[in-house]
Every structure is written in C-alpha cells, then in structure tokens.
Design a protein around this ligand. Structure first.
Ligand SMILES: [Zn+2]
Ligand SMILES: [Zn+2]
Length: 155
C-alpha cells in the first residue's frame, strides 16, 4: 500500500516523541490503536509510551490531522493519518474490518449552526454495519444472534 505523505500540522510543536508517533502513522497501512502504536515505538517500553501516544493522538485529532475511528462494541479506538485525500471509514460490527470511504459527504453538506460565525476546522464521520462477508449472516438473523446459535427454545 502507498505510504501517506501528510504534512506536519501547522502550529503543533515538534518533539522527538510526537515525530516518532507521526512516523508510525505514516508507515501504517491500516488504522492502528494507541496500543499498536505504543508497541511499535517501544518493543520493551510500550507501557511507558502509552500516555504520550494518547495525548499526541488527541492533539492530532483536534487539529484534524488524524482520524479517530471508534467501534461501538469496543472501547478501543483506532487512528489513521488524515492524508491529503481526507478519509472516512465504515466499520463492520461483526468482523471489525475497517473499510475506507472514498468520498466525503461534507463536501456537499452545509451545516446549519446556531453560531453562524463558527469556524469549522474538521469533522468526524463513520459508518457502521456489516461488510459483504458478514451481511448474509446478519440479515438471516436480524435479532443479532449469530446464525450458528439455535436460539432459546423456551423463548
Ligand atoms: Zn465483516
Ligand atoms: Zn469528511
């Protein structure tokens, strides 16, 4: 996969640690969790990195340089660099596959804000549902149970 070549966000002070985190995001071919990033930074001292990774990710998300993708069924968010192409994702609820969206609905969307002078710097959007492999199973069992589950005969 092509490496992203996003520019360092303006106004964010460069530190060795932040640059190291940025490098990991640049080299990643798919979104990473904070733990994934910490593990890549310090094979031994991953725990020591974790709070720095979280702080840096929060900062970069607030600047619109990094996209945070949450999972409804998990506390674990994953992060990816917001490259020049500006990316959103769909997350499969079953297999947790993350599928990039190639367009952005905000391109054609004019937000109605009570504060008319609000300066929009960025946005987050994610879709959730079932990927093509998981869809058949999900539709066959709309209750949310897996198909392999015979159900409760007492119910
Ligand atoms: Zn799936
Ligand atoms: Zn967008």
């Amino acid at each position: 996969m092509k490496q992203t070549t996003a520019a360092w966000p303006a106004g964010v002070r460069r530190t060795k640690q932040r640059e190291a985190i940025w490098d990991v995001l640049q080299q990643a071919s798919s979104p990473l969790s904070a733990r994934d990033i910490a593990a890549r930074l310090g094979a031994e001292g991953a725990e020591a990195w974790l709070s720095t990774v979280y702080r840096t990710l929060d900062l970069l998300v607030s600047r619109g340089s990094v996209t945070r993708i949450t999972r409804l069924d998990s506390d674990m968010a994953v992060y990816s660099l917001q490259d020049a192409g500006h990316r959103h994702y769909a997350v499969c609820l079953k297999c947790h596959k993350i599928i990039p969206m190639t367009n952005c609905p905000m391109d054609e969307f004019i937000p109605r804000l009570e504060d008319r002078n609000f300066l929009v710097l960025g946005h987050q959007l994610e879709l959730y549902g079932y990927c093509s492999s998981c869809k058949a199973a999900a539709v066959a069992s709309p209750s949310g149970k897996t198909v392999a589950d015979p159900g409760n005969p007492l119910g």
